[in-house]
Design a protein. Structure first.
Length: 315
């Protein structure tokens, strides 16, 4: 369930005019920008961008980039983009970091539906004139490259059908690989990157029933390296995306200095999808609401936008 409170019966032309006024003159009216964009869904935001360009022969996104700054500018930029284009940008930013943020690639590959992932890959190619797979392969190495390229190239079956015998057999294959410390086994990568989510969850459940522990914990081990952490993130994002994002938000907020990239990414990408469920899990796990945590650890217009997307403007 979404937390975004989108207003119906809006006029894209009127919204474009308000945004134009907010960006003109001395100083920028950030509150007006939040009031408009923080209450518009993806289709409405697209209509506003198109209306703005027709009215003023100017790219609204570029105008906002020039007017805003810091974490607020990043959040507005990510929010106003079409979802597939936004994920393409997020992937590119993650890839270009000195150490690739593999979590972003895993989220896009494993939490999205096959059609959504395909849309991101198309948007990435349109924007950067290279394939997402190509850039992931170019900026990673070794076992991590094998896993990420396989995940981002996947087109999983999306049905609910499950083969119980296959789940039993592949749970055994995964257990043997973990027992032998063969985390980089081709079989491990094959199973995680090709099976449907329903089939994988059946396999993960069989593993838990047989070995009385979760496969995500066994992948991580006591001293997990980056590859093992990536396997752990893969299983978590497939088996329970809501818990995955609740932990991502908790880790991002409790760090010494908030990890704004993670917090922004989670809120902006899930506000129109399932952020309500993520908020519920966050509260159960941390005994504090996500709204309170965000309000405490962020400030200014950046805080105001995040809280608006969380469906709470009472701070």
């Amino acid at each position: 369930m979404a937390t975004l409170i989108a207003h119906a019966d809006i006029s894209p032309v009127e919204d474009a005019e308000v945004l134009r006024k907010a960006c003109k003159g001395w100083g920028t009216d950030e509150k007006a920008i939040i009031n408009i964009l923080g209450h518009r869904n993806a289709a409405q935001r697209k209509q506003i961008r198109e209306a703005y360009e027709q009215l003023y022969e100017e790219d609204l996104i570029k105008r906002l980039e020039s007017e805003l700054s810091g974490d607020f500018e990043k959040a507005v930029y990510r929010w106003i983009l079409d979802p597939a284009d936004r994920d393409a940008v997020l992937a590119n930013v993650a890839i270009k970091k000195s150490e690739t943020d593999y979590r972003v690639i895993i989220e896009i590959s494993c939490i999205h539906s096959p059609e959504e992932l395909l849309g991101v890959r198309r948007a990435y190619q349109n924007r950067y004139k290279r394939s997402l797979e190509e850039d992931v392969a170019a900026r990673t190495t070794g076992d991590l490259r094998k896993l990420l390229v396989a995940l981002v190239s996947a087109y999983r079956y999306q049905g609910d059908e499950v083969n119980a015998r296959l789940a039993d057999a592949e749970a055994d294959i995964l257990h043997k690989a973990i027992k032998d410390n063969s985390f980089n086994s081709d079989e491990v990568i094959r199973i995680l990157s090709t099976r449907s989510k329903a089939q994988l969850n059946a396999t993960f459940n069989r593993y838990r029933d047989d070995h009385k522990t979760s496969i995500s914990k066994d992948f991580l081990g006591e001293l997990g390296n980056d590859f093992q952490k990536a396997l752990h993130a893969t299983v978590r994002s497939i088996s329970d995306p809501h818990k995955y994002y609740a932990k991502l938000l908790r880790d991002g907020i409790k760090r010494f200095g908030t990890d704004e990239d993670s917090v922004t990414r989670a809120i902006v990408t899930r506000a129109e999808k399932d952020l309500y469920q993520i908020k519920e899990i966050y509260y159960k796990k941390n005994s504090v609401s996500l709204d309170d945590a965000v309000a405490k650890e962020t400030h200014g217009d950046y805080k105001a936008l995040l809280l608006t997307l969380l469906g709470n403007e009472g701070y």
